[in-house]
Design a protein around this ligand. Structure first.
Ligand code: ATP
Length: 451
């Protein structure tokens, strides 16, 4: 079997496990779904929160130089004009001339084996027509044109030019628009960062690959404001911090790659951008981005809003508009990377076993507690006692008394629970329980007081 097939089989196995076991469902599934949207079930929301909380702890709470914000999703349309999103936040679109279905031109060309980086719309049109590149339905394609990815809406009862707004396509602008507020309230020393987590929306032409390319997703972004003289040092610090983050997610270092974005593909205001890629089952793709954006965004605000964005260095007359380093993390891609890295198949007692080797601090359930036999009231009472103690201490603890003990272990393995605690007749005598470990399947006898 080819590598690609094996990989796609792995992706399919993950998608199916995610649905079956209550991690991630197709959005609006009962009504036939809504493409590019996903709903998180009980285990998915727990995993997602663990990832987001880990990020917040690492990049905001544990540091002295970070300030959190939570800006509104709907913003004044001037934000998106100044940032360039109204004019240029576009993807190249082609249409199937028979079915009228629309596709990303660069994706079709890439799938057909062409190098697409740095190509203009005209270049892509020429490539498609000269090589007779077809749509996935086998039909001819139109010329390539641009398609703006922002979801447009109107705010208030009157629909006119002035009431237009957009669902934010990134969280970053909610940070830039609050830069002055944070400086006025806290007057932090440079460098300092402002961080935000929240929803972002992009009308992707062809959402695909599970949650990898969604139309509604979550971002975790930081604008790190610096003295431009220090940009290279600060940038390198962030490269190291990104690796600390992927390490904290339990992603193997050999599957994380730095892609230096070449001059031609970088935004004109960026002196350096690195895309951090991960070996997903669908191939090597962007996990997150790190960009040096200069003072592009604050300059735009100063120009269009007429507000002074300069920072005055404390105790001096030195003032300048700070530059920014922007690490931009996608929650869905982090979650998909965590699932891909932890999905494991092995054999236990001659039987195939599937388990999620999730890092303990990310696992949705830390302990599953069960009585050895569910029809023995004395075991159930004791097990309930142990469950109550652990639940109070850790919160993410599950009661599980379905089926026989072997089946319970398999079920907990599949959702990545690191420990199963079993109460048996010995427990009634000596207050010890069996702890069974997910990765090794080893069992140990431990006193309840030591749990
Ligand atoms: P791509 O090239 O894959 O479309 P991008 O370069 O447009 O991504 P950025 O604008 O740099 O992405 O967004 C920052 C991060 O937000 C990405 O690294 C990714 O983790 C996440 N992200 C962007 N678009 C999506 C999407 N449609 N679905 C899920 N996550 C996304």
């Amino acid at each position: 079997m080819s590598d690609k097939n094996t990989k796609n089989e792995k992706m399919e196995a993950i998608v199916s496990l995610a649905k079956r076991r209550g991690f991630i469902y197709q959005g609006s599934e009962v009504y036939g779904g809504l493409s590019g949207t996903w709903d998180y079930g009980p285990l998915g929301v727990a995993l997602k929160r663990n990832i987001m909380n880990l990020w917040w702890k690492m990049f905001v709470e544990d540091r002295e130089d970070m300030y959190g914000v939570d800006a509104a999703i709907l913003m004044n349309q001037k934000v998106w004009k100044a940032s360039g999103h109204v004019d240029t936040f576009t993807d190249p679109l082609v249409e199937d001339l028979d079915t009228k279905q629309r596709f990303r031109a660069d994706h079709l060309l890439k799938d057909a084996g062409f190098e697409v980086d740095g190509l203009s719309l005209d270049d892509m049109t020429t490539l498609i027509h000269e090589n007779d590149v077809k749509s996935p339905n086998g039909n001819s394609l139109s010329d390539v044109r641009t398609f703006n990815m922002m979801f447009k809406t109107t705010v208030g009862p009157v629909e006119d030019e002035n009431s237009i707004s957009y669902l934010r396509p990134e969280t970053a602008q909610g940070i830039f628009t609050n830069y002055r507020n944070v400086v006025d309230s806290f007057y932090p020393d440079l460098p300092f960062g402002v961080a935000q987590q929240g929803k972002a929306f992009r009308n992707e032409i062809s959402p695909r690959d599970f949650i990898f390319r969604s139309r509604e997703f979550e971002q975790m972004e930081i604008e790190y404001f610096i003295d431009p003289a220090n940009w290279e040092t600060e940038f390198n610090n962030w490269v190291a911090l990104v690796h600390e983050w992927t390490n904290a997610l339990g992603l193997p270092a050999e599957n994380v790659h730095e892609l230096e974005v070449p001059d031609a593909d970088r935004a004109h205001y960026s002196k350096r951008t690195i895309d951090f890629e991960f070996d997903f089952p669908i191939g090597r793709e962007e996990l997150l981005g790190l960009a040096y954006r200069g003072s592009f965004d604050l300059d735009n605000i100063q120009r269009d809003a007429g507000k002074n964005m300069a920072y005055v260095v404390k105790g001096t007359n030195t003032k300048f508009i700070p530059h920014v380093i922007e690490p931009s993390f996608g929650v869905e891609r982090a979650l998909m990377a965590v699932l891909s890295a932890s999905y494991t198949e092995d054999e236990v007692n001659g039987e195939k076993r599937v388990f999620l080797k999730l890092p303990e601090h990310l696992a949705p359930i830390k302990y599953a507690v069960s009585p050895l036999l569910k029809n023995k009231p004395e075991l159930v009472v004791k097990a309930r006692e142990v469950y109550a103690i652990l639940k109070k201490k850790y919160g993410n603890v599950m009661w599980d008394d379905n089926g026989n003990i072997g089946k319970r272990y398999r079920r907990q393995d599949e959702i990545g629970t690191p420990y199963c605690v079993v109460i048996d007749f010995d427990t009634l005598e000596d207050n010890t329980v069996t702890i069974r470990e997910r990765d090794t399947t080893e069992q140990k006898r431990v006193a309840i007081s030591e749990l």
